[in-house]
Design a protein around this ligand. Structure first.
Ligand code: TRP
Length: 332
């Protein structure tokens, strides 16, 4: 069976963009693939994290996956630092990937900003750790959004160079899994910017853990323009906020933009927002409730993560041994 690996960073609260763009799709992959879902805490510390917040976030990401419907018995849910194979293989891949390849990574340039000299070495090597995540399991497929495509290409390059350098066929060339159902959710305050946990305004995003009142309030206050909703998809040209709210509606209703426009086109935003708010509360409310229930019992979440980590280690240990043999390391 094909094997999927995917990761989410435990930094800040998960929001609607994480749900509609990633987590919800994972729920749909279970059964068709062997799925390994990882809370990538090693990646999180490429930028400084407050320790208590990191612990909280790690549990919250696990809770969100489970609350959204990922079954931790059928799939593996664990946190990256609990399986040493990730860091071990990352070191090997640091010695395979070339400086020039990493220098081209756009995410590093964005995250490091103007002060590259002051970025952590880990932030620069981040894509090699991501390649290690995937290759330690010989994962065949990775569901990726637009922003992670370049990292997956690097993973393929690193895998191919390792295979070539040692004359082996050890690592697969992992395929991206582009999901038609993934939705790019934009900020509620600015329809041209991606919904983000780092936006200073709470009103820019709906958190997965938000209760019904918060969800309703944020949708009510979402930025709009003065015109009623367009009657055709073409009418969304130059109206990013309308496009975003209609897109969110379509995703939450598991429908498509055309059908939502056919139903709501021509109505004022205020009417539409009432419907959207009801829909969002009906869809996200139960997930938020379940997240809060799970978060009230951290020991239970930790037990799930521990069990997942044990199964993760059982997969990667023999693969790491194969890698070490190939390189020429003596058995300890
Ligand atoms: N870099 C990914 C992100 O920021 C998270 C991630 C880490 C990941 N390792 C991965 C995603 C392996 C897919 C596969 O979204």
């Amino acid at each position: 069976m094909n094997r999927i690996f995917s990761g989410v960073q435990p930094t800040g609260n998960l929001h609607l963009g994480n749900y509609l763009g990633a987590i919800r799709n994972w729920v749909r992959l279970q059964g068709d693939f062997e799925c390994i879902f990882c809370v990538v805490d090693l990646h999180a510390i490429t930028q400084w994290q407050e320790p208590a917040a990191l612990r909280h976030s790690t549990r919250e990401v696990a809770a969100a996956m489970i609350a959204a419907g990922v079954d931790p018995r059928e799939n593996i849910i664990f946190h990256q630092s609990a399986n040493p194979s990730h860091a071990e293989l990352a070191w090997v891949l640091n010695c395979v990937a070339r400086m020039g390849w990493l220098n081209r990574m756009t995410q590093f340039k964005e995250k490091a900003g103007k002060n590259r000299e002051n970025a952590s070495v880990g932030l620069f090597a981040y894509p090699n750790l991501m390649a290690a995540d995937i290759l330690a399991y010989k994962a065949t497929h990775v569901p990726v959004g637009e922003d992670q495509k370049q990292h997956l290409e690097l993973t393929r390059d690193v895998a191919a160079k390792f295979n070539n350098d040692f004359g082996v066929d050890l690592f697969p060339l992992t395929e991206p899994l582009i999901l038609g159902t993934a939705t790019r959710v934009m900020s509620l305050r600015d329809g041209t910017k991606k919904m983000s946990k780092s936006d200073p305004s709470e009103y820019s995003r709906i958190a997965m853990a938000d209760g019904p009142d918060e969800i309703a309030k944020k949708i009510r206050k979402a930025k709009t323009d003065p015109e009623p909703l367009p009657e055709t998809a073409g009418g969304l040209e130059g109206r990013p906020e309308a496009a975003n709210l209609l897109g969110i509606h379509a995703a939450l209703a598991d429908s498509d933009l055309e059908s939502v426009i056919a139903e709501h086109g021509g109505r004022p935003f205020s009417d539409f927002k009432r419907d959207l708010s009801d829909l969002a509360v009906a869809t996200l409310g139960p997930i938020g409730d379940e997240m809060r229930r799970l978060m009230a019992d951290p020991a239970h979440i930790d037990a799930i993560l521990r069990d997942g980590a044990e199964r993760a280690r059982a997969i990667t240990r023999p693969i790491l041994e194969e890698v070490y043999d190939t390189i020429g390391f003596l058995r300890p």
